[in-house]
Design a protein around this ligand. Structure first.
Ligand code: ATP
Length: 202
């Protein structure tokens, strides 16, 4: 399976790019979506979280209280490990299943955290790393317009994500999304043709 890891900072255009790949018939596995699926209602991970942390970890409708849990692990770093022990292996196996089930010539694995541990983490599953790169000024404008976040809260997220120059240094391929969407799509078309060739000979 030829896996292309797709990443970029907040508001860089990962979704815009992965939607384009999906429209070409390429299977897209989204690590964030998988991470939400493994803690959905009825999943064993959700039951385990409630047992380990307490009922406060659930909302009245039985879904995960993400905001409370996020705050809790921020204040109790040791409990972040406990949470990761419950979720990580499940996320990995669900993701592997989706990757294995793909029928397109190659697969896009999209995650903002792809390069979190350099090339050792999620990136180790990938044959190529594709980065969507934009200046931080563009990230602030687009992420702000999309979810109404303040420039300060966007800056806080940018600060905890891998630095732009490090992300770019780990990339095999880079698309620059600082213009019109059509400009992004034109770059993706060239890259897509390259991936089709690479995946046919790998
Ligand atoms: P996040 O990691 O924050 O979820 P992302 O990397 O997936 O973000 P997108 O959601 O694709 O980024 O893009 C952020 C916002 O910018 C969206 O509202 C999207 O429609 C818009 N956008 C993306 N690319 C362009 C572009 N080239 N021109 C104008 N708007 C764009």
């Amino acid at each position: 399976m030829f896996i292309v890891g797709l990443t970029g900072g907040i508001g860089s255009g990962k979704t815009a790019a992965s939607d384009w790949f999906a429209a070409q018939g390429v299977t897209v596995v989204d690590a964030d979506v998988v991470a939400r699926e493994v803690v959905a209602i009825g999943e064993p991970a959700l039951v385990e979280i409630a047992q380990s942390f307490g009922d406060w970890a659930l909302l009245a409708d039985g879904t995960l209280n993400r905001a409370a849990l996020r705050q809790h692990v921020f204040e109790h770093p040791e409990d972040r490990k406990k949470l990761e022990q419950i979720t990580h292996s499940r996320i990995h196996s669900a993701m592997s299943k989706q990757l294995q089930a793909a029928i397109s010539p190659y697969v896009i694995l999209v995650s903002p955290l792809l390069l979190e541990s350099g090339k050792a983490g999620l990136a180790s599953l990938c044959q190529r790393i594709l980065v969507v790169d934009v200046p931080e000024s563009v990230q602030r404008i687009r992420a702000g317009a999309r979810d109404g976040q303040t420039p300060e809260s966007i800056d806080r997220i940018i600060a905890v994500q891998i630095a732009r120059h490090e992300r770019v240094a780990l990339a095999d391929d880079i698309v620059v999304n600082d213009g019109e969407l059509l400009h992004l799509y034109a770059q993706l078309q060239v890259i897509h043709e390259g991936y089709l060739k690479m995946s046919s000979i790998s």
